[in-house]
Structure formats: structure tokens, C-alpha cells
Ligand binder design. Sequence first.
Ligand SMILES: *[C@@H]1O[C@H](CO)[C@@H](O)[C@H](O)[C@H]1NC(C)=O
Ligand SMILES: *[C@@H]1O[C@H](CO)[C@@H](O)[C@H](O)[C@H]1NC(C)=O
Ligand SMILES: *[C@@H]1O[C@H](CO)[C@@H](O)[C@H](O)[C@H]1NC(C)=O
Ligand SMILES: *[C@@H]1O[C@H](CO)[C@@H](O)[C@H](O)[C@H]1NC(C)=O
Ligand SMILES: *[C@@H]1O[C@H](CO)[C@@H](O)[C@H](O)[C@H]1NC(C)=O
Ligand SMILES: *[C@@H]1O[C@H](CO)[C@@H](O)[C@H](O)[C@H]1NC(C)=O
Ligand SMILES: *[C@@H]1O[C@H](CO)[C@@H](O)[C@H](O)[C@H]1NC(C)=O
Ligand SMILES: *[C@@H]1O[C@H](CO)[C@@H](O)[C@H](O)[C@H]1NC(C)=O
Ligand SMILES: *[C@@H]1O[C@H](CO)[C@@H](O)[C@H](O)[C@H]1NC(C)=O
Ligand SMILES: [Fe+2]
Length: 599
Amino acid sequence: MRYSSGARALFAIFVLLKPPSNAHGLDATPRRVQGRTANELEPYSLPNKHTNASRAVAIANKRAAFQYGPGIDGGVSSPAGPLGQKYVATASNITNTESDAEGIITTSDNIGKYNGLANVRDYTLLYKDEWMASARPTGIDPGMLHNYTSDLLFSMSRLSFSPFAVRRLAPYETLPFNVDPSAVMSVTGQSLEEVHQSGKLFYADHRAQRQLNRTKLYAPACDAYFYIANASSEFLPLAIRSNGNISLVYTPMDSPDDWLLAKMMFEVNDFFFAQNDHLARSHWVSEVVYQAAIRTLSDSHPILGLLNRLMYGAFGIRPQAREILYDPGGTFDSFFGFGGATSITFARRLYADGSAGSYLDNYLHTNLRRRGLIDCNYGPALSSFPFYDDAHAIVEAIRTFTTSFVNAYYPDDGEVSEDSELQSWLVETNGPAGGVNFPTARDIVGRCSLVDLLVHFAYLVSANHHAINTNSLLSTAGVYPLHLQALYRPPPSVKGITNIVSYLPPLQQCLGFLNIESAFSRPLLANSNRSLLHMFDDGEFLNRTNNLTRAANAEFKAVMQLQSDKVKSRGFDENGLSQGMPFVWKTLDPAVAPWSLTI
Ligand SMILES: *[C@@H]1O[C@H](CO)[C@@H](O)[C@H](O)[C@H]1NC(C)=O
Ligand SMILES: *[C@@H]1O[C@H](CO)[C@@H](O)[C@H](O)[C@H]1NC(C)=O
Ligand SMILES: *[C@@H]1O[C@H](CO)[C@@H](O)[C@H](O)[C@H]1NC(C)=O
Ligand SMILES: *[C@@H]1O[C@H](CO)[C@@H](O)[C@H](O)[C@H]1NC(C)=O
Ligand SMILES: *[C@@H]1O[C@H](CO)[C@@H](O)[C@H](O)[C@H]1NC(C)=O
Ligand SMILES: *[C@@H]1O[C@H](CO)[C@@H](O)[C@H](O)[C@H]1NC(C)=O
Ligand SMILES: *[C@@H]1O[C@H](CO)[C@@H](O)[C@H](O)[C@H]1NC(C)=O
Ligand SMILES: *[C@@H]1O[C@H](CO)[C@@H](O)[C@H](O)[C@H]1NC(C)=O
Ligand SMILES: *[C@@H]1O[C@H](CO)[C@@H](O)[C@H](O)[C@H]1NC(C)=O
Ligand SMILES: [Fe+2]
């Protein structure tokens, strides 16, 4: 079954039995687009080595044939023109072939076992002996089903698989909302002002969703406080404000049902934010930069060789995402509080305001520092930051590789400014391509800053993407009952609810959405040459580079193998915690997560 045509039917035919091997196996993967014809294994070279008129002519021809067209999903430009269409067709082939092969969901048909989803805990039965083929090799994160009421699980999610909404509040900032002082005292042992002034107060704000048109389902527009606890140093939730028509401020001092529903309401907003934010942050940014590169860099340029590798199949993703997720009647319209067209409008805003779209501001360390999550000079360090642990390890290994690669081609810093194609790429990305705050010639002053630029690109299509999307949906970020896409009745206007289940998705909606989530999983890529540790391990690419780059690839693989061993060894300690969290998070295992974007 073709995924892109079949996915719409997936949530109707939720029991999809599919054998692991099928007619469109991975062996059908076509050669990737390189846009080159003759002399395939010609070594990469820079333009400044000598004048080469035919190289310039080849670029001009490429520019004429590869143009910017309307965004296929309503977002930033998509490739157009005869060559642009060829790139999209070849990439779609890769994307669709991989998607088809991954349709390995196994579900039982025993609907009786769910107990009619009569209470919240019954939602954990949705996973009993199910979805495992799609969720392998990790499975549903251990602890995610058992500990879903844990405050620490809720808060540490902000520091692992959904890290882009939370920030620390600086002492000089005005507090966004007030909380009943006695509740704050009971939870923290301090006043809100004391927590704030000691640099231990954090904030996540999803109020922007209040303005969005909703579907027939419901969504609040929560904002929330988190804090670092004095005694334990744990990062914990302090309060959630619902911002529905009637706004209620919840804390852990409320009844267990009220507080659990408050956390679920926050997750409704956060899931919507995280998935649309990732579209802009990973897909749109990398596509814009790559399209500009195709139009400005020779096919003999080493940097385009690297980007071709990193953007393997990427142009095939937005056509698929549009059809399955964003088009009328698609996933957003059917399962979320806000529909497909609204979602794209929301993502466009995150792209344009720079929060997701800015290139320079979103380098891993720059982004986390700006939000006070690392290197904070007015509050204590986080005692555990799992996203940073794993993303940092991957980014630094990418940096080591990229430094060797760049140094191999640019023997000194001056060569960088003399590379006329590189300079055109910077201008093109910030200009007609529609990039936001991409480095200019003033920023790329030598090899280090060029390395930073390339490292960020590789991070965007790997650790940045897969922490949020890909395997994370089924195994982590979208696990019921805590993680909801919508409420099935309006947010409460008074506290004291006794029937949480009436706010939760009914069975058919759960099964339909689990099917969508499983379509994002890439279990077949685990332990294959599509896993992250093979990021640069491309025969053609390496063949055209040089010994230094080949040696750097070998080192990258070795370092990432060690990181994989480290991630694989994670489990619960004697306190039932892993990395300070009540669930075991292995999403960024470099032998499991892919090295490029997936849908
Ligand atoms: C000049 O550029 C063309 C196109 O990139 C390439 O095929 C050819 O080998 C180059 N010639 C020299 C002498 O570098
Ligand atoms: C897509 O893949 C199929 C099977 O591998 C192949 O026959 C076809 O030519 C490919 N199409 C394009 C546009 O690459
Ligand atoms: C989380 O769940 C696991 C079972 O999956 C359990 O062993 C562990 O003790 C729990 N952790 C906490 C802190 O409750
Ligand atoms: C918490 O720590 C702050 C310093 O960060 C200290 O001023 C305060 O007295 C402590 N409060 C409690 C209740 O331990
Ligand atoms: C919301 O709906 C109104 C009325 O249908 C429409 O005019 C508006 O463009 C929509 N807004 C968004 C962001 O989709
Ligand atoms: C707020 O009230 C309006 C009018 O009663 C209603 O249409 C809308 O759905 C409500 N919004 C939420 C989030 O409950
Ligand atoms: C992965 O390995 C297979 C078999 O060796 C090869 O055919 C395929 O091209 C490789 N895929 C990538 C993306 O490198
Ligand atoms: C690159 O490929 C060519 C042609 O297949 C081969 O002759 C050559 O040995 C390769 N070089 C390296 C370093 O892999
Ligand atoms: C690159 O490595 C190959 C094989 O190890 C070796 O024969 C060749 O001399 C090396 N080239 C350079 C420029 O070091
Ligand atoms: Fe994605």
C-alpha cells in the first residue's frame, strides 16, 4: 500500500496488518539526486582554485532550471522548474519507498480488552501487545505508561522530547500570572517572588493558540510555570493556567483529577506547538538553505556534496505531509483542536518571527543559552537536561567531522571569503530563498564560523528533528493517556471535575491517531546504514572527498557507536529514575535515529 495514498484510509481501517517485507522493499531505493551527469566521481573542488568558465556556466544553467515555487504545504518555497521538479520526484521516490516499507504495524483486533476506555488507566491498555512492530526497537518508553501521573514526568518532558517551549524567567521580568500564594508555599516552600528572584522559575507559553480557529474538537491555550525545587534540585511543575473562555489556574495542590486534566490540557497545546514548530524549525529552514545551495554551488562543490547527503529524500516529505496531515480532512482536521490550514498559518508565524525560522539564533547552544537553560548567570544550572546531553554529544561529533572536512578544503581562513560560490549562497539564502537570519559574509569570517553553519544544518536534519518527530511520536511524545491532541469537550470553567475520561478521545480516535503516529516511525532504519552514525558514510560522497574526510567519517562512526552504547545502557536507577526522569528516553540513539529528515 502506498503510504501517501493509503494514509487517509489508515484511520478508517485502523487494523492494518502488513507483513514486514513487501514489494517495495528498501532495495528499491533509487540513487539520490545529485543533478550531475558526466564524470560522477570527479573530486570535489572549490571555485577559487582556478578560473573555470564551464563551472560557472553549469551553475547558471542549474539556476535557470531549478526555481523557487509556492510552498507545497503552504509554507516556504518548494523547488520548481524542470530541474526542481526532478529533484522533488526523485526525493519523493525515496521518501515514499521508505514509508511504504515501514508499514509494519501489528495490532490485535480484540477491542474488548480496552475495557471500553472507562477510566484513564484503561488508555494504557491501548499498547498492550500492540504497535510494537512500529515502536521497535525502543518500544514505548519504559515508565511512560506506568508513571503518567508523575509531576516529574510532565516537567522533564520539557527538558527532553519537547524542549523548545520552555524558558527561564529572568528576575527583572514581570510575572505573566499570579498563583494562589498558599498553594505556591505548599508546593515550593517559598513565595512565587522568592522562586522567581532566585532564578529558579521557568515558563512555557502557549497562549498564542487562543487566537486560532478550532475544529469541532477543543483546545485550551495554556501557559505554565515550572521551578527548580530547593531540596531535591528537581525541575517540577508549579502551576498551569488554562486560558479557556474561563481561565483557571491549577497547581499540584488541586484534586488529583483536576491537576491531571490541567497537565493533559497543557499537553494538548504543547503537542500542537511541538509538531508544527518542528515543521518550520527543521524542514522549512533546511529546505530553504538547500534550495539556495543548489542554485549557487557547483555540483563539484564539497559543501553541496555534503548537503546532498544530509537532504537525502527530504524534498519528498512536504508533499506527503501535506496530503496526510494538512489537507482538508487530514490529520489536523480530524484529530486536533486546530485544523490543517490553521496549523500552517501557525507554523508560518513561528518561521517568520524567527523563533523557529532564525538560523543563527537557533544553533544548539545559542538557543538554549538564550532561554536560560544552559550557562545561566542568574540562576542555578539544571540538575538534569536529557535533550542537551544527547543533542550535545551528537552536535560535537558532527563538529569534529565538519572541522576536518572544512579544513581539508579551506587551508586557511582567507579561502572562505574567496569562495565566490559560498558567498553567493549566503546572499541567496537571505534573499530570494526566504531564509531568516542566515549568516551573511560578515558572520562567516573564517573556517570556524563556516563549520558552525554546517554543524547547525546537520543538527537540524538529525538530533533537532528526531527528538520531536519520527520515532518519538509513537514511543514518547504521543503516548496516551497523558498526551492528547485535543479535548473532546470544552475546557472546564470550574474546578472539581470527576469525569476526566469525558474529555479524552474515544477509542476509534485513539486507534486512528496511533496509526498516524506509527506511520512516522522508522524501525527498519535502526541498525542500518540509514541510522545517524552513518551520517557521512556515503560511498559516493566520501569517494569524491579526500583522506582527511574519510578518516573523520571513521572517527565519527566510532564516537557515535560509543554514544549509542551509552544510550542503550540507560535504565531505571533505585529511585525509578533515568537521567532524573521517571521514563527511559532513548530516542536519540545514533544507531536507531536516522541521519536525515523523515516525514
Ligand atoms: C570545470 O567545471 C566543470 C563543471 O563543474 C567540471 O566538469 C570540469 O572538470 C572543471 N574543469 C577543471 C579544469 O577544473
Ligand atoms: C522511482 O523508483 C522506481 C522504483 O525504484 C523507479 O522505477 C522509478 O524510475 C523511480 N522514479 C524516479 C522519478 O526516480
Ligand atoms: C516508573 O515506572 C517504572 C515501571 O515502568 C517503575 O519501575 C519506576 O519505579 C517508576 N518510577 C517512578 C519514579 O515512579
Ligand atoms: C531555598 O533556596 C533559597 C536560595 O536559593 C533560599 O534563600 C531559601 O531560603 C530556600 N528556601 C527553603 C524553603 O528552603
Ligand atoms: C479563521 O476563520 C475565519 C472565518 O472563517 C477566517 O476568515 C480566518 O482566515 C481564519 N483564520 C485562520 C488563521 O485560519
Ligand atoms: C468559548 O466560547 C465560545 C462561545 O460560547 C465557544 O464558541 C468556544 O468554543 C469557546 N471556546 C472554548 C475554547 O471553549
Ligand atoms: C545502504 O546499504 C545498501 C546495501 O549496501 C545500499 O544499497 C544503499 O544504497 C545504502 N543506502 C544509503 C542511503 O547509503
Ligand atoms: C572512487 O571510485 C572510483 C570509481 O569507482 C574508484 O576507482 C576509486 O578507487 C574510488 N576511490 C576511493 C578513495 O574510494
Ligand atoms: C589516501 O589514502 C590512500 C589509501 O590509504 C593512500 O594510498 C593515498 O596515498 C592517500 N592519499 C593522500 C593524499 O594522502
Ligand atoms: Fe518531520
